[in-house]
Unconditional design. Structure first.
Lengths: 451, 165
């Protein structure tokens, strides 16, 4: 295999790589000019469909297909929302793109707006990224000055404004309809679907919500071509007509117990072991990995024996994880208590549950209370069964919630207890020698800072 | 009779109005307006909520509903001139994030979400700051403090910083 050369991260280490001059010197905006001069929106849609690009935000839905759900010949307005609320624990690839190569993102937004006939794009940016905020605003100003944004761009009749909109530190705003509600000025309670945003989205108008990295991929497909994109990654399984494949380069975020945490670009389908050893310098302090999160905390856990699983869209599911998610790989070493890990995960989801659906609001809260009790040496074996029961009943998949947040809370719980049950049982018996076998109801401990 | 504004300055209202052409309705200005007020006052008291509602043509309860959804906006009293978000999510926790938070609360004598008596520093636990490559990390106003130890973090948070934008 020829060595893979980073494309999405080509600006990293380039002096002033975030400026329009640098971006243009690398070939940027030429594809946009060529597209606007000679192509129709449908050509861009067909290009993205043919590339097999799947959304990089977590769900992996085919991007071109999502665009075709927009109503035909709609009088407008149609909105494009860029989801830059990146909040999945372990994930920071969008931050790197926005800070170090904002024009790549902006060119992708302009091409995608042209394709979807959107004349307004809102980039919903999480509050915690002030540096990305300033870099993006400066880049947007440069793009207006260069005539790539505004009214009647390049005399084509196509007009586009990009507006930055800042969030206020809420994970649920990364859920696409939560994001839409938040943008409208309301609490970010996800909507019941259908109607899907493509039919009735932002301000009740047809809307596409796409991730930042997806936009960068659109820019690169326009520059390098469909064949280039499809030459990278894992082809569709010929025996599975429903598998759209995992094409293209992907930004993997590597963090936790590795020597060299960072954002690394690799073809889709690299394994966790390759990432850790070839990019991350191995597990830190010469230790071994106990478990690895494959794609953000809500995707669950892989054990040390599952590290050769390809991290493409289909891989993590084959070892019982929820999916590839954001491709944020977090390494947990063999000195770490899996009880502590699961407590941390439960605290996150109890804090971030938006409170709209009772099974999630109460389920995440009680998961944390039970884990708080286990951690404090008052756990019972029965608690593990209660946690598993919660994990199998809260979420979109069992049908008890509107959005997938509870599925994301349930997955680490189910994976951790199923794959590390022995460690949980040992911990409970060791720390609660006189009460681990009790099955009667026990009072909850008071917890601080859950909500 | 138009009620006299007591909290929102003309400058704040001008900043809010400057954003109005971006959105097809005024309710979408709620979050930007809360940010504009919070950037100046370091909190959004109920009086400001009522005045924002007047400016946007909304019921105060609508603005308060949105504000209270996000834990971001303090309402009782201003947060410190430096607001430090200490990450406690998984990647930082694996590298000592919880320990860091506990140490800082002890060092500055405050509870989580609390402010030092001189009003200089607020320490808040935060969920993933999206800087896991620099774990454990802290966001202090607009500055990302990377690869923190209890010692370096204690020293960093003593420093004065430009206001968050």
């Amino acid at each position: 295999m020829t060595p893979f050369k980073p494309v999405l991260l080509e600006a990293i280490g380039v002096p002033d790589g975030h400026t329009i001059a640098s971006y243009k010197s690398r070939g940027g905006y030429a594809p946009l000019e060529a597209t606007l001069a000679a192509k129709q929106p449908i050509d861009v849609v067909e290009m993205v469909k043919a590339s097999g690009l799947r959304g990089r935000g977590g769900a992996g839905f085919p991007t071109g297909l999502k665009w075709t759900f927009l109503p035909k010949d709609h009088p407008g307005p149609i909105y494009l929302c860029i989801n830059a609320d990146e909040s999945e624990p372990g994930t920071f690839n969008n931050r790197i793109l926005m800070e170090d190569d904002p024009h790549q993102v902006i060119e992708g937004i302009i091409l995608s707006s042209f394709a979807t006939r959107a004349s307004t794009a809102y980039l919903y940016l999480r509050y915690e990224y002030p540096r990305a905020w300033h870099r993006l605003q400066a880049a947007i100003d440069e793009a207006y000055a260069a005539g790539y944004l505004g009214t009647n761009i390049r005399g084509t009749g196509f007009s586009l404004d990009i507006y930055l909109h800042r969030g206020a530190a809420a994970y649920i705003c990364g859920e696409e309809t939560g994001l839409i509600e938040s943008l409208e000025g309301k609490r970010a309670w996800p909507r019941i679907k259908p109607p899907f945003p493509a039919i009735e989205g932002l301000f009740r108008k047809p809307t596409v919500v796409n991730n930042v990295e997806t936009m960068a991929c659109v820019a690169q497909i326009a520059r390098r071509g469909v064949e280039w994109f499809k030459s990278i990654g894992v082809p569709a399984d010929p025996n599975n007509p429903r598998d759209p494949g995992s094409y293209g380069p992907k930004l993997y975020c590597l963090s936790g117990h590795v020597e060299k945490p960072g954002c690394y670009e690799a073809p889709l389908g690299i394994t966790a072991r390759q990432l850790i050893d070839e990019f991350g310098g191995g597990v830190w302090k010469g230790r071994a990995a106990k478990a690895v999160i494959p794609g953000g905390i809500s995707m669950g856990l892989m054990t040390a024996s599952e590290l050769d699983t390809p991290l493409d869209f289909a891989g993590p599911g084959k070892v019982g994880c929820l999916g590839l998610g954001t491709a944020a790989v977090v390494v947990i070493d063999d000195q770490t208590s899996i009880v502590d890990f699961l407590h941390n995960s439960a605290r996150f989801f109890a804090h971030e549950s938006c409170g709209q659906c009772t099974p999630c609001r109460e389920g995440t809260s009680w998961s944390l209370r039970i884990l708080e009790r286990i951690k404090a040496g008052k756990g019972r074996l029965k608690d593990l069964d209660i946690l598993l029961e919660l994990g199998t009943t809260m979420g979109m998949m069992p049908g008890s919630t509107i959005c997938g947040l509870a599925d994301g809370a349930a997955w680490p719980m189910k994976n951790a207890i199923k794959k590390f049950r022995g460690e949980f049982e040992d911990y409970i018996k060791r720390t609660n020698p006189s009460g681990w076998m009790v099955t009667d109801p026990v009072p909850a401990l008071q917890i601080v800072g859950a909500h | 009779m138009i009620a006299q504004r007591k909290v929102l300055t003309d400058e704040m209202v001008a900043k809010i109005e400057a954003l109005a052409p971006r959105y097809p309705n005024r309710r979408a200005l709620t979050l930007p307006a809360l940010h504009i007020v919070n950037a100046e006052l370091r909190h959004v008291p109920l009086e400001a909520v009522v005045e924002i509602a007047q400016v946007l043509g909304l019921a105060p309860a609508e603005v308060q509903d949105t504000l209270s959804f996000y834990q971001f906006f303090h309402q009782e009293k201003p947060h410190g001139t430096v607001r430090a978000f200490v990450c406690r999510s998984v990647s930082c926790a694996l590298r000592g994030g919880d320990h860091l938070l506990e140490h800082l609360c002890h060092a500055y004598g405050v509870q989580p979400y609390g402010t030092t008596p001189d009003g200089q520093l607020t320490i808040e636990p935060a969920e993933c700051l999206g800087a896991c490559d620099f774990a454990p990390c802290i966001l202090a106003n607009d500055d990302l403090l990377t690869d923190m130890t209890p010692e370096t973090a204690t020293a960093e948070l003593k420093k004065p910083r430009a206001r968050a934008t």
